[in-house]
Design a protein. Structure first.
Length: 366
């Protein structure tokens, strides 16, 4: 059964206090929304529709340039920000238009994932499990939820006696008993595609913000006898990013995750807390990284290298068994068995031939 996805990336993100659209704020070398798109890899989406709004042209250009081919990314514009329900409707309409008249039919039982573009810690295996559980249970919708010790501000998930989801109640509308519920909605869903459109058309905007909320779709579906389920995920994984502090916390978590993966793959770090590696970097085995190393962009490091202390390498390719000490390099190539530094600066286009030793204070000019 095919899977499609709608990524909601139209919001302004005013709490970021930035002229840069919120989905494009970078974490570990990749814009937030691209981390979300990469989380779809395990479900191999037939199409990923990114709904853009604020800064639409900029978001479209940057995502189109960097999105992986397997994601089959396309874009739809939400002209006015009228809530997540409206954004989902815009995305679904664009999917139906691109895919032809065979979709949008109530008998279409394929899965469509709807997710926000600001949950960069989401793992691909979590989305894969969500889709598996959704299709196995034949739910109309399956929510990805989390259990929080302090759930203030989140919509609470109300379950029936059989464990199915009855509805999601927002904090301001919840009774004291409902506020005591620790299971919350993460705004990540798997829907039967044929049921999503009719349900979206039934939601109302009779609320203080006059917006259409995607959460209301759950009650619309259950009220006519469809089953809604839920899968609980790790709370840290589904936390949204709304301001610079939350961005910094999420980046710290992702860097720790990245470093752990590299350590288990055969890389040595004398102090992982002082080693900063983008998710786009490739590192071979038996590489040693001293404190103060920053590896960015499309940097690749061959087996057996020693890097640092205090080196910053961006989009730089390094061959095997080279030593790079107290060096800054950008868009450069360093061969095998080289010694670079200390206190070297390699500007864009520098090439250090295999076996070379630059000596101290090298600036790429000789």
């Amino acid at each position: 059964m095919s899977t499609t996805a709608i990524v909601l990336a139209a919001g302004h993100g005013t709490r970021m206090k930035s002229s840069r659209p919120k989905p494009l704020h970078v974490m570990c070398g990749r814009p937030m929304v691209l981390h979300v798109i990469h989380a779809l890899e395990a479900v191999d989406p037939a199409r990923t529709m990114v709904v853009v709004g604020h800064g639409a042209e900029r978001v479209t250009d940057e995502v189109r340039l960097a999105a992986p081919d397997w994601a089959n990314v396309d874009f739809a514009v939400q002209q006015r920000q009228r809530g997540t329900g409206d954004a989902a409707m815009v995305g679904l309409g664009a999917l139906d238009e691109r895919d032809g008249s065979g979709h949008g039919d109530v008998d279409d039982e394929s899965t469509v994932i709807v997710m926000p573009g600001d949950t960069p810690l989401l793992r691909a295996e979590t989305i894969a499990r969500l889709v598996q559980e959704h299709e196995k249970a034949s739910n109309a919708v399956t929510l990805l939820t989390a259990e929080l010790d302090e759930p203030y501000g989140y919509g609470r998930v109300l379950r029936g006696k059989d464990g199915s989801v009855v509805r999601v109640v927002e904090e301001r509308d919840a009774s004291p008993a409902e506020r005591a519920i620790r299971e919350v909605n993460t705004s990540i869903y798997a829907f039967k595609r044929g049921l999503l459109g009719p349900a979206l058309r039934r939601i109302k905007n009779n609320n203080a913000q006059s917006e259409y909320y995607l959460t209301d779709v759950v009650e619309v579906l259950t009220s006519v006898g469809h089953r809604a389920g839920a899968m609980v995920a790790d709370a840290a994984e589904v936390t949204g990013v709304n301001d610079r502090w939350q961005l910094a916390l999420a980046e710290r978590e992702l860097r720790a995750r990245t470093n752990r993966s590299l350590l288990l793959a055969g890389v040595t770090m004398l102090d992982p807390r002082q080693t900063f590696i983008d998710v786009t970097v490739q590192i071979g085995r038996d590489v040693t990284l001293f404190p103060g190393v920053i590896l960015q962009g499309a940097t690749s490091i061959g087996d057996g290298c020693v890097i640092g202390p205090s080196a910053r390498l961006s989009n730089t390719q390094i061959g095997a068994n080279s030593r790079i000490e107290q060096t800054t390099a950008r868009d450069s190539v360093i061969g095998d068995d080289c010694e670079v530094g200390p206190y070297a600066f390699l500007p864009e286009g520098t090439k250090v031939e295999s076996g070379a030793s630059t000596g101290a204070f090298y600036d790429g000019s000789r």
